[in-house]
Ligand binder design. Structure first.
Ligand code: PLP
Length: 433
């Protein structure tokens, strides 16, 4: 077993001078914490501190770090090949994974297109929608409808369906295509909201190709949970107007919300579904777009009878092998008990935070816990408060939230919840503390 590369002051300086981090300026102003290793549900920093991982590395490390079965899957695959192109060639890891995904996914999603990241899979999904409508002779159907508060990625097509107000994507308002935005879906579906959706879709139907939403849980757009009944309504609206329904399950997929897919809360099948994040158990980047036979055959009988997309690293065998192993770990259903257990603990231990000064809301769904503050938090203050309790979180805006690995033991979930509450206390406006 080889040793981890040591962290040095020189690396820290190079990181600061040369390396761009997510959503950060260059040179950076907030120094990131150097990590030397991660094991189980713990991240070890260069200074020796161990942090419980409240973030599952942005929704992805659902089975924890260095899982023996996932490590082994990567090693085994490495013994045959790390990668070959997918154009004109194919391989068992890709084919097996595609079959697995169609078995796990909501009914009707029979075909799989592999992409290399979540954002790219959203681009592919949008392209599928537009190309499908063209193939049906609907050349004017080039726009999408979505809801406010959504997040679908950082590439331009995905940015255009992401809420322009909450993200910095408003910077790009004049270069992005203009899509149709409905209001944010409510926690409990109302007749007014149903009428609003129906009216908006009817008004724009001639120019719409599809409706795209994150089902039930809106992630980076505000950690908002909404009524699964909305999904049934959207299904009906799409069918009425000949629109495709796209569910972006990149954050919600593979058990996070308490069902295998968030769509399962409503028993609704979309025409197209994107998955990513937890697909490889957090080992490497991989995403996929699933679609129905109607969509696939529609595109393939159109004027350009192929889907014009093909990432260089499409269906990377290492990623597919570890994704097959990661989804395999879900097959025995233990995740359901784990996620339900985390939901119960987070509810018990976060709920009291509702009474704290500055707290606007507390909500829990599946293995996702959120404390929403009235005012934007200072990320450094909140992060430090949690780190003082040995827990890693990454707040944004008014939101303090966690989505720990499913395998997090009970006492560690309690510590994570306590740390989130500590972060909320530290984030209360000075006047209210
Ligand atoms: C993270 C996320 C994406 C983007 O995925 P990347 O792999 O970061 O490109 C898209 N949609 C949703 C819902 C996400 O949570």
């Amino acid at each position: 077993m080889s040793e981890a590369l040591p962290w040095t002051p020189e690396l820290a300086a190079t990181d600061r001078d040369k390396v761009w981090h997510p959503y950060a300026p260059m040179p950076s102003v907030v120094e990131p914490f150097p990590v030397v290793s991660a094991d189980g549900v713990r991240i070890r920093l260069a200074d020796g501190r161990e942090l419980l991982d409240g973030m599952a590395s942005w929704w992805s490390a659902i089975h924890g770090y260095r899982h023996p079965a996932l490590d082994q899957a990567v090693r085994d695959q490495l013994d045959s090949m790390a990668h070959v192109m997918f154009g004109g060639l194919t391989h068992a890891p890709g084919v097996r994974l595609a079959e697995r995904l169609t078995e796990l996914a909501p009914a009707g999603l029979e075909h799989v297109f592999f992409a290399d990241s979540g954002s790219v899979s959203v681009e592919v999904a949008i392209k599928m929608c537009l190309q499908y409508q063209r193939s049906q002779g609907h050349t004017s159907r080039t726009r999408l409808m979505t809801v406010r508060g959504g997040y679908h990625g950082d590439t331009f097509g995905a940015m255009a369906v992401t809420d322009p107000a909450g993200s910095m994507h408003q910077l790009w308002a004049d270069v992005l295509p203009e899509h149709v935005f409905a209001d944010r879906p409510p926690t409990v579906l109302t007749e007014e909201y149903a009428a609003h959706l129906a009216q908006l879709a009817a008004q724009h139907a001639d120019s719409l190709a599809a409706i795209i939403v994150e089902p039930v849980v809106q992630g980076a757009g505000g950690m908002h949970f909404y009524d699964p009944e909305v999904l049934k309504l959207l299904r009906g609206i799409c069918d009425e107007h000949g629109l495709l329904l796209v569910f972006d399950e990149i954050a919600t997929g593979f058990g996070r919300t308490g069902e295998l897919f968030a769509a399962d809360h409503a028993g609704v099948s979309p025409d197209i579904m994107t998955v990513g994040k937890a697909l490889t158990g957090g080992y490497m980047t991989l995403a996929a777009v699933l679609c129905t036979t109607r969509v696939a055959h529609g595109i393939s009988s159109g004027e350009a009878p192929v889907l014009m997309h093909g990432p260089t690293f499409m269906a990377n065998p290492l990623a597919c092998a570890v994704a097959y192993a990661s989804t395999g770990l879900l097959l025995d259903g233990a995740w359901r008990t784990q996620v339900a257990g985390i939901e119960k603990l987070l509810t018990t231990h976060l709920e009291p935070a509702r009474e704290l000064p500055g707290v606007a809301d507390v909500r829990v769904l599946g293995a996702i816990g959120v404390i929403e503050m009235r005012q934007p938090t200072d990320m450094r203050t909140a992060t430090k408060a949690a780190m003082d309790q040995g827990v890693w979180i990454r707040p944004f805006g008014t939101l303090l939230y966690v989505m720990p690995p499913y395998v997090t033991p009970e006492e560690d979930v309690e510590r994570i919840a306590a740390a989130l509450v500590a972060a909320a206390r530290a984030s209360a406006p000075a006047s209210e503390r």
